[in-house]
Structure formats: C-alpha cells, structure tokens
Design a protein. Structure first.
Length: 160
C-alpha cells in the first residue's frame, strides 16, 4: 500500500503542475479575449477555449483539493459529535463519495467514445473527446485520492 501512496502522490504532483498550466492558459485566453473585444475583432474560438479550460481546471483542481482535504464541506454536525461518532460519520461520507465517484466515472467513460464523433464547434479538427476527457481524469484521480486519504487515516499516517 505504501507503493500506492507514492504513486498517488506522484500523480498529484503531475496534476498540480497541470492545474498551474491550465490556469495560466485560462488567464492567457481570457486576456486575449479582452484584447480582441476591445479591438472589435471577433475570435469565436477564444470563448470556447476559455470554457473548456475552466472545465479542465475544475476537474483537475478538485482532484488535487481532494488529496489535500480542502474540498468544501459542511462540518457543523461533524464538529458537534463525539470523536468516535465523528469518525464514523466521516467514513460514511467517504463511502457515499466513493460510490458516487464510481458511478460518475462509469457514466463518463461510457459516453467518452462519443467525443470521437464530433469536433468542437469553433475549433475544427479538435475532437470533443479531449474536452470530455477532463471528467474521467478528475473523477478518477479524486477516487484514487479518496482511497489514499482513507488508508492514511486508518493507519494514522501523515500525508507526505
């Protein structure tokens, strides 16, 4: 299992770098969009590129945040419970999350091949598959991170 944790941590480093790259690309695309609008030049693919980079940013960023434990959560009930009950609640939430991620990952992978049949509307030659790929990548990494976090919590180990 230690090898699994090392692999997950290495993948998270890759995902962190991808998040930085995608965020930089998003900033550049939005900047170009502002400049072209100010110059009254119509560049249709910039809006679509901004949309797809935001989608990638959301899924890849959520995966990284999952490993760090920094996803948004409502912890009022958790904080009111005694420690053993709070841990049981946390495990139940992790189980429900894992089931949801498995279902969502299965659904995404089921429809992913459809992306080979269509091009992005204003970016001819780029298949929608590459944009649809953000969902299984992010959801799959979130599932791997959820398993790693749960294992580390069970073993009482610190995250590397």
């Amino acid at each position: 299992m230690k090898t699994y944790i090392k692999v997950v941590n290495a993948l998270n480093k890759v995902f962190e770098n991808l998040v930085v790259a995608v965020l930089t690309l998003l900033a550049l695309v939005v900047f170009l969009q502002i400049v072209t609008r100010a110059l009254h030049i119509s560049v249709a693919f910039l809006e679509e590129a901004a949309r797809y980079t935001m989608i990638y940013l959301c899924f890849l960023g959520a995966a990284v945040c999952c490993r760090r434990g920094s996803l948004i959560k409502v912890d009022v009930v958790h904080d009111l419970l005694p420690p053993k009950a709070a841990r049981a609640l946390e495990e139940a939430v992790n189980l429900v999350s894992a089931v949801f991620l498995c279902f969502a990952l299965y659904s995404c992978c089921k429809y992913l091949p459809l992306g080979f049949n269509s091009d992005a509307s204003s970016m001819k030659g780029i298949k929608m598959f590459w944009f649809y790929l953000s969902m299984p990548l992010g959801l799959g990494m979130m599932l791997l991170n959820l398993v790693a976090n749960t294992y580390e919590r069970w073993k009482g180990e610190e995250k590397e």
